[in-house]
Ligand binder design. Structure first.
Ligand SMILES: NC(=O)c1ccc[n+]([C@@H]2O[C@H](COP(=O)([O-])OP(=O)(O)OC[C@H]3O[C@@H](n4cnc5c(N)ncnc54)[C@H](OP(=O)(O)O)[C@@H]3O)[C@@H](O)[C@H]2O)c1
Length: 278
């Protein structure tokens, strides 16, 4: 079984560098996928209240039979639950749906700056850590101005900032900004949700040279940068293939070629400064 390297978080915990994404997959299907993925060696599972599949994710975890302490489970606060009291309640609700006493990582899903509630949510998340309900807290889709506000008004540095990253949107500046603050960067839609990116001839040629798939080239590109990566896949052969990307070593020349694919394009067009979802 492939063993996944881990990165140290500010909380002291370790996060596996490659895990499973679960967006847009309903309960019954994700139950099967999560159990299969854990059986193959995945230990990091990423879900969110917004995905409405925490129940299925929790069932898949239970089906896997792997001890709780060997797994790293992330879920996220949906926009509708921002604010101090609603956030404390949302954490309990997620724990209950997942069937878990504690969450390894809890993220604010989107900053929703117009609401101006993410600082209150953060204070509730600090409280949940003190109560032992959550091991580490972090953010998602936060821009430097949002990180600045948390730094100015609260005491805990986010363990993670989960942001959209793929070769069309390499986000070098935001990664550097996270690193400067001690925040681990996690890539969402790391394959650009399997859009045209995967047809780029540059990637096909690099893959042929390494005798691997295009998807493995893209995942290796994330891993080489020290990013945590959470591709979503539905079939065991893809789950295995994605895990095996840990064995692909890109050259500096490959990385330079991949840099030419930067178009600044967001796969789903969601700009964190303005995107709202509840
Ligand atoms: N924080 C946020 O705001 C946010 C936003 C979006 C996503 N996320 C997280 O990030 C995770 C990943 O992002 P994503 O699901 O949007 O997209 P993604 O992981 O970039 O791409 C998923 C797509 O790639 C395909 N795929 C996976 N492995 C493959 C392989 N080896 N060969 C060919 N195709 C392959 C999948 O197909 P099949 O499924 O058909 O196998 C699926 O269509 C999500 O699931 C979620 O957990 C977070």
């Amino acid at each position: 079984m492939t063993s996944v390297p881990a990165l140290k978080l500010t909380s002291g915990a370790e996060i596996p560098q490659l895990g499973l994404g679960t967006a847009r997959v309903p309960d019954e299907e994700i139950r099967r996928i999560v159990a299969e993925a854990i059986g193959l060696g995945y230990r990091l599972i990423d879900t969110a209240a917004k995905y409405e599949n925490e129940l299925g994710v929790g069932q898949g975890i239970a089906d896997s039979g792997v001890p709780r302490e060997d797994l790293f489970v992330t879920t996220k606060l949906r926009g509708a639950d921002q604010g101090y009291g609603p956030t404390l309640q949302a954490i309990d609700d997620s724990r209950e749906r997942l069937g878990l006493d504690y969450l390894d990582l809890y993220l604010i899903h989107w900053p929703l700056p117009r609401l101006d509630r993410y600082v209150d949510s953060w204070r509730a998340m600090e409280e949940a850590v003190a109560l032992g309900k959550v091991r580490a807290i972090g953010v998602s889709n936060f821009l430097p101005e949002h990180l600045d506000r948390l730094a100015a008004e609260t005491t805990t540095v986010p363990a993670v900032n989960q942001i959209e990253i793929h070769p069309h949107l390499p986000q070098r500046e935001l990664i550097a900004e996270n690193t400067r603050r001690g925040i681990v960067t996690e890539s969402w839609s790391p394959l650009a949700n399997a859009n045209d990116l995967l047809k780029a001839p540059e990637l096909t040629e690099i893959a042929a040279a390494h005798g691997c798939s295009v998807v493995q080239v893209v995942l290796a590109w994330h891993l080489r940068q020290g990013l945590v990566v959470i591709p979503k896949a539905s079939h065991p052969d893809r789950l295995r293939q994605n895990l095996d990307a840990l064995g692909v070593q890109l050259t500096d020349e490959d990385v330079d070629r991949i840099a030419t694919l930067d178009t600044g394009t967001r796969a789903g067009g969601q700009d964190p400064a303005t995107h709202e979802e509840f």
